[in-house]
Design a protein around this ligand. Sequence first.
Ligand code: NAI
Length: 436
Amino acid sequence: MVDYPAISEQLDDIESAREDGHRKIDWAREHMPILTALQAEFDAEKPFEGQRIGMAMHVEAKTAVLVETLAEAGADVAVTGCNPLSTHGDVSAALDEHPKITSYAKRGVDDEEYYEAIEAVIAHEPTVTVDDGMDLVAAIHEDYPELIDSIIGGCEETTTGVHRLRAMDDDGALEYPVFAVNDTPMKRLFDNVHGTGESSLANIAMTTNLSWAGKDVVVAGYGYCGKGVAKKAAGQNANVIVTEVEPRRALEAHMEGYDVMPMDEAAAVGDVFLTTTGNRDVITADHFERMNDGVLLANAGHFDIEINLDELAEMAVDEREAREGVREYELQDGRRLNVLAEGRLVNLASPIALGHPVEVMDQSFGVQAVCVRELVENGASDSSSEEGDQYEAGVHEVPDDLDREIAEIKLDAEGVAYDDLSDEQEEYMGSWQHGT
Ligand code: NAI
């Protein structure tokens, strides 16, 4: 195992970094009633006592509240980033001060350091993993399979991670249970849609200081994230163009009133391009050839492979930093294409990025916290629960009652009342005998 130092041993001005980090975390916690309620519940029982939780997440203030919630519930937590640019060093430093937390997350690491930090987390021999993108699960299976027997299970935050896990599961290679947290209504319908929509648009606007109004905005992929981005861009008076490869999603976008066309055509029309596909090579040399001078290119998908930057760099005769977080590529004919946040998820990796709104992440991380609780209570083979060890190796849907629990806490915190089914209604909904 690699000997990689925690963040406190890497930062120069650790005291002031911690102070800034704590301030950011405190602000986030103030607006996270779900995690606050769960922490109150965990405080009494310390349900994670004796567990070691390994995490690879975007280490910023909201994530820090989740990390602290798990640690306060009794776990020893080791955490690192899941993207080289999304870590907030001050938040990482503040986390590392906690006696039950070790943080290895550092902003701006190269590939080698990134994976060394992942290995450093694995060196804590986690009993539970919490991933955003599946890097921890992959590294454990590839390089440390001897640890798998002592792992109760894992939780996966994002679409790309769940895709990778399902592919692994289909190959028969996934050797412990993992909850697809991404796929719950309380995560996907809010985080992917509203979170990605709001935070991507806000970050592009703040990074460039340019308006959305009147712009032709090309949204690649009309999935959960794409829907949010398209809706919010339209709400800012942009003209939205959608590209898709899935016919029903293309039709959905068309019926919403957006222009739908292939990227080959959209390339010549767009002012701003935002990829949200989770796929690779969505924007390539053929498209760069057709683009107008001054376009903005950004990605909100998990990995930095949606816009082919190698091809763009090859085509460019010159490159410069046009603004902080904006790299301008000048082509032979003088056209300049601007790439934001190095093609990494723009809402988390641009210099001023704060990620999703706090309220949205409270929901996603609420689901994460109850999934860890579920694994600890009912996933371990030596679990004291009668239902212990009920999760086989593989990808698991999150039990619906856990997702509902988070919705109920949130509605309660928002002061929103809603109806209950009457006994008659419940009986009617559950019967097949009642017809016309
Ligand atoms: P999704 O599966 O609902 O949507 C992706 C869509 O892209 C699908 O409709 C698919 O048909 C389409 N697509 C695939 N290849 C394409 C291509 N070449 N051209 C056009 N469309 C194409 O996935 P979701 O939940 O919207 O997530 C998308 C990506 O965003 C994933 O990588 C996910 O991990 C990431 N994500 C990022 C967040 C952020 O904070 N930036 C938050 C949540 C998810």
